[in-house]
Design a binder for this molecule. Structure first.
Ligand SMILES: C=C(O[C@@H]1C=C(C(=O)O)C=C[C@H]1O)C(=O)O
Length: 412
């Protein structure tokens, strides 16, 4: 059997007046109209976004976290914090791809070649004035009041004191009305402009909903030059205007909280009997209006005995990391299940491209600083790592700061 190659569709002359952004919008409109899942993302430091459309919702259901090796299928992973029927683990196959950096062509995978006639016709049609974004089937989660959240923090601190957990990351949801005429693609562009170093994403899946975010946290990356990368990102303080990030002073609580996350990553390497890794940090990094402590871990895949499976194995061990769940993992997750009082859905799950653009290159991020777009409101999510010294009011304030990262695009 001949190996089928992807098809390149060129934009027709009818689309000559559409610039690259308008083309991306037109393709997104087509995917939304035909009930197909789509992902749009801008990688940290990249000048342009990409779009990927899956041929059908059914084609996105997946049982396992994606394989991070060059032979694995190309697509966009969208994983919940906890896998469930309400929040399925998804992998959007790269059936239709568009790169704003190469605006002349749309690439269609062999699995989606049946779509070519309809897609060719769509490219020649005039753009729609409005896009109908997909909505989730689940009710909106309850929004915790300050009293409720500070009580959750107290319960978490008590669990730490009782040695049920060493660290737990409590979180909450908040609901804000969407401003009139809110346009997720415009908000995506605004987040991309505001947060150059973030992974900015807009994912819309029928029945699952529309999620927008600007994440500062790499979960697992395999780069073109054969490096595996992950990070321990934790501890938070606001960036004070006029002060340099490198002058930030961290309290003992924060240093310990971040060290736990770093130690967790090292324990994952140990489970895989990997000794050769480079550790850099912790150092202070900027994420929007916030500062965090970050340690980077790098593995040269040329120097490990199992280069093709390291990324895959690490991803499966890492998620959910102690930066979003806690330590020990099982006890922290059980605590959250019992006390958190709402469904995190895709918040603190992970997302990102696998083998898109180039085979063997994957970039998965923790889904933080995100919101869910609903018909008339946005659901915002944020959490804070608790330790024995946590102060409930400060933890509430920290979730407010974190929500500000994406709430900035809701300002009327
Ligand atoms: C849980 C979140 O962030 C995580 C928790 C942090 C903390 O506890 O200080 C900092 C960065 C992230 O790893 C969030 O943004 O919701």
């Amino acid at each position: 059997m001949p190996v089928l190659e992807p098809r390149q569709l060129l934009w027709p002359t009818a689309a000559a007046g559409l610039d690259a952004q308008a083309r991306l919008r037109h393709l997104a409109a087509g995917a939304l109209r035909t009930s197909r899942p789509l992902a749009i993302w801008r990688e940290p430091g990249a000048a342009h976004p990409r779009l990927l459309v899956a041929r059908s919702l059914e084609a996105t259901y997946t049982g396992l976290p994606p394989a991070l090796d060059g032979q694995a299928p190309a697509g966009f992973a969208f994983f919940p914090f906890r896998d469930s029927d309400h929040n399925p683990a998804l992998f959007l196959p790269a059936d239709v791809q568009f790169d704003v950096a190469r605006p002349d062509a749309v690439v269609v995978s062999p699995a989606a070649r049946d779509l070519v006639p309809a897609l060719t016709a769509w490219l020649a049609l005039p753009p729609l004035p409005e896009l109908a974004w997909h909505h989730g089937g689940q009710p909106a989660p309850p929004a915790a009041t300050e009293a409720e959240y500070t009580q959750l923090v107290r319960t978490g601190v008590a669990a730490i004191k009782a040695k049920e957990v060493v660290k737990v990351v409590s979180s909450r949801a908040a609901r804000l009305p969407l401003p009139p005429g809110f346009d997720p693609l415009v908000a995506f562009a605004e987040l991309s402009a505001r947060y150059e170093r973030a992974f900015v994403s807009l994912v819309s899946v029928p029945g699952v909903g529309t999620w927008l975010g600007a994440s500062p946290e790499v979960l697992a990356e395999v780069t073109a030059d054969g490096q595996f990368h992950t990070m321990a990102l934790a501890a938070t303080q606001p960036l004070v205007p006029g002060r340099l990030p490198q002058d930030a002073i961290w309290r003992q609580k924060e240093i310990e909280e971040q060290a736990l996350v770093a130690r967790y990553i090292v324990s994952c390497f140990k489970q895989l009997r990997l000794r050769e890794y480079q550790e850099t940090g912790p150092r202070t990094v900027v994420a929007g209006q916030l500062l965090h402590l970050r340690t980077d871990f790098e593995v040269d895949l040329k120097n490990v005995p199992f280069p093709s499976s390291l990324g895959t194995d690490m991803l499966r061990l890492l998620h959910p990391t102690s930066a979003v769940g806690g330590m020990p993992k099982a006890a922290a997750l059980a605590f959250l299940q019992r006390y958190e009082g709402y469904d995190r859905a895709y918040y603190s799950g992970f997302l990102g491209p696998v083998n898109v653009g180039a085979p063997g290159v994957s970039r998965l991020f923790v889904n933080l600083r995100c919101l869910q777009v609903r018909t008339t409101e946005a659901i915002l999510y944020a959490g804070t790592g608790l330790t024995v010294d946590s102060d409930p009011t400060r933890e509430w304030q920290e979730t407010e700061y974190k929500m500000q990262t994406v709430a900035a695009v809701l300002a009327i």
